[in-house]
Design a protein around this ligand. Sequence first.
Ligand code: NAD
Ligand code: TYD
Length: 342
Amino acid sequence: MQRVLITGGCGFIGSNLVRYILRNRPDWHVVNVDLLTYAGNLENTEGLEQAYGSRYSFARGDISDERFIEELFSRNKFDLVLNLAAESHVDRSIEGAGVFVKTNVLGVQVLLDAALRHGTGRFLQVSTDEVYGSLGAGGSFHEGLPLAPNSPYSATKAAADLLVKAYVHTHGMDAVITRCSNNYGPYQFPEKLIPLMVVNALNDKDLPVYGDGRNVRDWIHVEDHCRGIVVVAERGRTGEVYNLGGDSERENIEIVRAICRRLGKPETLIRFVKDRPGHDFRYAMDHSKISRELGWEPEIGFEEGLDSTIAWYLENRRWWERIISGDYRQYYERMYGSRERL
Ligand code: NAD
Ligand code: TYD
């Protein structure tokens, strides 16, 4: 039996990972710790206690709260920690970086210290391609590149990666890092590009595209990311970083147009708005290391993944309607209400 702590398991990737593991690793027992911030939603893990009994449990708590984390590790002897808890949205980090430093940096230090004190088997830090900075028209990110984050969000994720590496080097800790490109799929909070555009289009609202819409992201379906995290947790080499990517580079505008087409909505909904400050131009992942060493490849093509994701948002209207009718409305107003059109 493997006793696994997943942090951030009520968020987008975390809840997909919890379900992936419960389905695919019958001898793993999962404890999910999540603070339930605006992005954490208990509906994302609804029914798992009943379906999986003692293999799944949830505790609400803050990874940067030393007392809470110490008690958690005293009560449970974990074989593996998968750290996904984070503040994850670049635009919010531009509005205010404080909570990003608290969760994404301090929280990681608190978890690393607890794992060290209690002899946790392995620590896996879920990081992002954004720590490498931005690419021009050519080339791709490989693990040997220096970190060059540009946003407050990516700066805190890079700081966490450096801490993890320092604990491996200094304390001989068994830790690994995954860096993945932009995810999409079910349960993604509708502040990120794809779900925001789907939800707005379904409501016949403006589709706010930053700048000229030519920025490029490398899209990966969340299920492929989850499979990669488990592969690295099981077989990745200690102290190593593994890039994961979807081999699906797209300009933002192409994505928004594809969503309009699939939903039968007119492109006249598209509004080019003031660019994000410091907007990274392009991300593209070279994932040849994990493919070569661990045999992982992305399996879900972008067209197929976008179809199934849109279908999920159509079938789960209640899930996102509850989100956009709550607190998130105020955030939306702050972010887009007075944003100049271009
Ligand atoms: P998300 O914002 O949907 O979920 C984050 C979760 O963490 C939420 O459930 C939230 O309640 C929880 N959380 C926040 N602060 C916490 C704290 N202090 N203590 C405990 N829980 C806390 O994010 P996501 O998109 O699912 O991303 C998960 C992880 O994957 C993050 O570490 C992110 O940096 C990384 N990542 C995301 C992407 C992407 O495209 N979304 C790509 C690469 C890496
Ligand atoms: P996002 O989903 O926020 O992910 P990230 O910034 O972490 O890559 O944004 C993806 C791309 O879409 C990014 O280039 C910014 C752009 N974008 C828009 O054009 N309009 C929007 O309303 C949002 C949220 C993002």
